[in-house]
Design a binder for this molecule. Sequence first.
Ligand code: COA
Length: 152
Amino acid sequence: MSIAIRYLAEGEAAPLPLLLLADPSEKLVQQYLKSGHCLVAEENGEIVGVIVLVKKASAKMEIINVAVAEACQGKGIGKQLIKRAIQEASQLGAKTLEVGTGNSSIYQLLLYQKCGFRITEVEKDFFIKHYDEPIIENGIPCVDMIRLSMNL
Ligand code: COA
């Protein structure tokens, strides 16, 4: 499959339904889109994936959102978006790139580690504290935030 990854153009709307797949809070999504660097993956002119990088400190960036359209998942697009985000973060001057996911997000944990990230921190009870509804994924309660990072 041939996909092209590019920055969102000036004034172009971000693919909100995709972003909401990874983060159900539209308020938070809109907030980090203002300062974030948004890349999209296109297949035949249609946006099928998105990734957002935000600056956390002078030499530290975070992948704050990554999502692929459900019909296009499992075909390597997520991995291509992450590899491109690693290159872009480095170009933007970051020395460390971070990403976080729930303890129950086992495929995301696979994906990030396959891309070279290592687990650096576990934020206990993060999802209990920050989300109103209990989250169950892959048959496990999602309670802790697993933070991973990589040196660029
Ligand atoms: N079963 C097993 N492994 C899976 C998997 C599945 N259903 N989905 C992903 N993986 C793992 C595999 O290890 C795969 O590596 P491999 O190709 O070497 O086997 C790796 O992830 C990369 O898969 P890829 O096809 O590139 O992922 P994707 O295009 O489906 O994108 C997500 C991955 C997470 C971005 C996508 O599933 C998604 O949008 N999910 C909903 C939003 C979300 O959860 N975002 C992340 C928030 S933390």
